[in-house]
Design a protein around this ligand. Structure first.
Ligand code: FES
Ligand SMILES: [Fe+2]
Length: 371
């Protein structure tokens, strides 16, 4: 018998996971020698690019008296706080100069650090690694490196096109994510003649398997009632088309569609900005239609509609959530959402105990729903 679950009201301290890379800003909007504000997990950041184009991320707060550093001056190498002119190296935050010191005052300037974060540019975005909260004494310590590089889109040929889209939503990271993985809203939210019609709703059966930190919808021939797949079928034999969808903590959904030598990949993230605000960033890469000039724009247009439908829905949902209603998750359509909460809990538990993370899925599972 399907189980009905009342999801826990989420404890605010478990809401946003530290120790992961997050997308901060679209790379094409970050210019050399300029400073930009961004917020990740309620942490204020100042982001920029040095004169060689290397991105950096600092905590947007001067370690002296808390002045936002984005109001300072930046010469492409060091950032000077607008209050008392302390200067910091933008990549490691190390203090370079305190102008008020006299020649006989021997304060060790280089022992002082502004908060800094590992920062990388990858697939159209500037990513920032948000470490677990630092022990007190930060301000006098060089930050550690990120344990692994930032996530990448899978690509299967050297030539490809790519595009990105963003939308901000007034809901928590959890609602953003379970909305993203929810298979049952398609026919109601994403109705459009070019995508699919509500009357095309039919029973689906999909296999899922556990993967490290997440789960995978196993490679399968995609749903026959959606337009992108109908398009792909023009290029390849229907049986050769397979799609794989992965979700991994903290916030990554990646999808790969392959049809012979053609492929389409996307990496979607839902980034926690504040407790009740998140942003969805979709980056897609593909090698189909590379030579047809308008197709990337067309794809982007369809994708934008799609994301806008989700954004609009979550904006409306946020109205309902203001009144803190009781919620429920049903089997099987909400099972991925349940796995998400269980994965998150298991991750936090493993961190707390230092033991290995216990994966909530015992093994492969088949889910059925209508959509
Ligand atoms: S607050 Fe930044 S230098 Fe004083
Ligand atoms: Fe959606």
């Amino acid at each position: 018998m399907p189980e009905l679950d009342l999801p826990q009201r989420q404890a605010s301290d478990s809401l946003m996971l530290t120790g992961f890379w997050y997308r901060a800003l679209a790379a094409d909007r970050v210019h050399r020698n300029q400073l930009y504000k961004a917020t990740l997990l309620e942490i204020p950041l100042v982001i920029g690019r040095d004169r060689l184009g290397q991105p950096f991320a600092l905590r947007d707060s001067c370690p002296h008296r808390g002045m936002p550093l984005n109001c300072g001056r930046f010469d492409g190498e060091n950032l000077e706080c607008g209050y008392h002119g302390w200067q910091f190296d933008v990549h490691d935050g190390q203090c370079q100069l305190i102008p008020s010191l006299t020649a006989d005052q021997n304060l060790k300037v280089d022992r002082i650090y502004a908060g800094s974060y590992a920062c990388e540019e990858q697939d159209s975005f500037v990513w920032v690694f948000i470490p677990d909260p630092a022990p007190p004494g930060a301000g006098f310590a060089l930050r550690g490196e990120a344990p692994e590089p930032s996530p990448q889109i899978e690509k299967f040929s050297s030539k490809y096109k790519s595009a990105y889209l963003q939308a901000e939503m007034p809901v928590s990271i959890d609602h953003g994510i379970i909305g993203l993985m929810d298979p049952a809203h398609g026919p109601f939210v994403h109705q459009a003649w070019w995508w699919r019609a509500q009357h095309s709703i039919h029973e689906k059966k999909k296999n899922f398997e556990p993967i490290p930190n997440g789960f995978r919808m196993s490679a399968h021939t995609p749903s026959s009632n959606s337009a992108p797949y109908k398009l792909l079928r023009l290029y390849a034999d229907a049986d050769s088309i397979t799609t794989t969808i992965d979700f991994v903590l903290p916030n990554i959904r990646s999808e790969t569609i392959r049809a012979g030598k053609y492929w389409f990949s996307s990496l979607t993230t839902v980034t926690p900005i504040a407790r009740n605000r998140c942003r969805i960033d979709v980056v897609a890469a593909w090698n189909l239609f590379r030579w047809v000039p308008f197709v990337p724009d067309l794809l982007k247009f369809f994708f934008a509609k799609f994301v806008e439908q989700d954004r609009r829905t979550m904006e409306l949902q946020a109205e309902g959530l203001k009144h803190n209603p009781h919620l429920m998750l049903i089997d099987d359509a909400d099972r991925p959402a349940k796995w998400y909460f269980q994965l998150k809990a298991a991750h936090l538990e493993a961190k707390r105990t230092g033991a290995e993370m216990k994966h909530p899925m015992p093994g492969p599972v088949t889910l059925k729903w209508r959509s």
